[in-house]
Design a protein around this ligand. Structure first.
Ligand code: PXP
Length: 240
């Protein structure tokens, strides 16, 4: 069964737009697991424009399910935060400062030495590492050489093409997943997954361990309610 990790950054974006503590980000994390999520994801950025470092510190001890912290490790303060908080998983994402959202995976060939070093730092601290990659064979092979336990497939390309041609959209992801399975890499996925495209992705990707979903799930929650939205996303992950 594929795990659903709910990315709660949007709660922090709304909170920060007015100051104060409404909505309460810690409560959003605990409610996600109460409503059936298998884990919670946060993506602190250097400018703390949504999730703050203090949120990350508060969530970890309160959470019973899996905690996944995403971010760019070129920021030393991100690495220090992860090592301090010790989540179950850190997802390394090569996003630039101020970037609206992640829009590409790592070049795991060019940055191999750097990634090898980071993976070993986190591994020594008992934290599982996942490397954000495009569904490109050379990048999957490169990821395997870093020693990472998992990759996270960047699914924006899938989500965009799904509307026109879902068979063509899924094809590179199936190939990437088959290669990752062969190389012994665990597979996560995320970005732009939603109630329309998630079930097909989940049904067709062999060995999909976890998806992390934020934007669409929180948008759906505005209309459907948070608990209901989480339950609907969970249902998409049940193999038919
Ligand atoms: N995975 C990574 C690495 C991300 O940066 C994001 C967005 O923060 C997600 C998954 C979730 O994407 P979305 O908000 O589109 O569901």
């Amino acid at each position: 069964m594929t795990k659903l990790s709910v990315n709660i950054n949007k709660f922090a974006t709304i909170r920060n737009s007015r100051g104060g503590n409404n909505p309460d980000v810690l409560k959003a994390a605990l409610d996600a697991e109460r409503f059936g999520a298998d884990g919670v994801t946060v993506h602190p950025r250097p400018d703390e424009r949504h999730i703050r470092y203090a949120d990350v510190r508060a969530i970890k001890p309160a959470l019973k399910t899996e905690f996944n912290i995403e971010g760019n490790p070129t920021e030393q303060k991100f690495v220090d935060l992860v090592l301090e908080v010790k989540p179950h998983q850190v997802t390394l994402v090569p996003d630039a400062e101020g970037q609206l959202t992640s829009d590409h995976g790592w070049d795991t060939v060019k940055h191999k030495d750097y990634l090898v070093e980071l993976v070993s730092i986190f591994k020594n601290a008992g934290i599982r590492t996942s490397i954000f990659v495009d569904p490109v064979e050379a990048m999957i092979e490169g990821a395997a050489k870093t020693g990472t336990e998992r990759i996270e497939l960047y699914t924006e390309g899938y989500a965009k093409q799904f509307i026109e041609n879902k068979e063509a959209a899924i094809e590179p992801y199936v190939k990437a997943a088959e290669l990752a399975n062969k190389l012994g890499l665990g597979i996560n996925a995320g970005h732009d997954l939603d109630l329309d495209n998630l079930q097909y992705f989940s049904d067709n990707i062999p060995g999909l361990l976890e998806v992390s979903i934020g934007h669409a799930l929180i948008c759906d929650a505005l209309y459907l309610g948070y608990e209901n939205a989480i339950q609907l996303y969970k249902r998409c992950l049940t193999k038919g």
